[in-house]
Design a protein around this ligand. Structure first.
Ligand code: HPA
Length: 237
């Protein structure tokens, strides 16, 4: 669950157990003291068990790419076969996107300069974000749009010139997460679904400056809709 998505987690089902990342080996210490993430085991109404990661490690924290993908690799070792990655993103197409809308990630452009794989691991990325899972989301919500997610390392937001560049390159969404986790999940053979919540028009596309509080606020305001969407999707996986 990315920024702004934590409130949606409550809609997924009955919490069975909760463990702080700090009590699990290999996870990065919390970026903000007292605000460590945790992993929650949830039983859905349909009787499925989910591992819900509340919080993630970002590349901009400077603790290395292995920490960024540690949750994904842990889930893979635990037997998880399907990963749903969520994030908050700036919208690169305000002509058609609205703040508060979910957008299905159809593909990504990794501009972080990092990769969780090293060496001669020439992994195919032709279909990182599963067509099968996207079709399933369209059954649940036919109105949901698809888009290409671009990741920058951050932690700065982008300049308006960078945003103009990304629009030219074919990006639809901009954020600071998800792509490295998606690559690690594909390496582990998991099926991946990615959903962005558009929390703001990207830098320079509106008159407003960007701030993190606005990102979290959009998440709170849309929690019921996003939680409902996720709950319906996971029971059809
Ligand atoms: N840029 C990068 N990351 C973000 C944005 C943005 O505009 N909004 C939410 N996360």
């Amino acid at each position: 669950m990315g920024s702004g998505w934590a409130p949606a987690a409550d809609a997924l089902g009955e919490p069975v157990a909760e463990v702080p990342f700090a009590d699990l080996p290999g996870f990065a210490p919390p970026a903000v003291a007292g605000h460590g993430g945790k992993v929650r085991v949830v039983r859905t109404d349909g009787g499925r068990h989910l591992l819900v990661f509340l919080g993630r490690t970002h590349l901009y924290e400077g603790v290395g790419v292995e920490k960024v993908v540690h949750g994904i690799r842990t889930a893979a070792e635990a037997g998880v076969r399907t990963v749903v990655l969520t994030n908050a993103a700036g919208g690169l197409r305000p002509e058609t996107q609205h703040v508060g809308d979910p957008v299905l990630i159809s593909d990504h452009i990794n501009m972080t300069g990092a990769n969780p794989l090293t060496g001669t691991r020439f992994l195919d990325l032709t279909e990182v974000y599963s067509k099968r899972l996207r079709a399933l989301v369209h059954e649940v919500d036919p109105t949901i749009a698809e888009g290409v997610y671009v990741a920058f390392r951050g932690p700065t937001y982008e300049t308006p010139a960078e945003i103009r560049m990304l629009r030219t390159l074919g990006g639809d969404l901009i954020g600071m997460s998800t792509v490295l986790e998606a690559i690690a999940a594909r390496e582990a053979g998991m099926e991946v679904l990615g959903i962005s919540l558009v929390t703001n028009p990207a830098a320079g596309l509106s008159d407003e400056p960007l701030n993190h509080e606005e990102v979290l606020e959009v998440g709170r305001a849309t929690a019921a809709r996003m939680g409902g969407l996720l709950a319906k999707v996971v029971d059809r996986l």
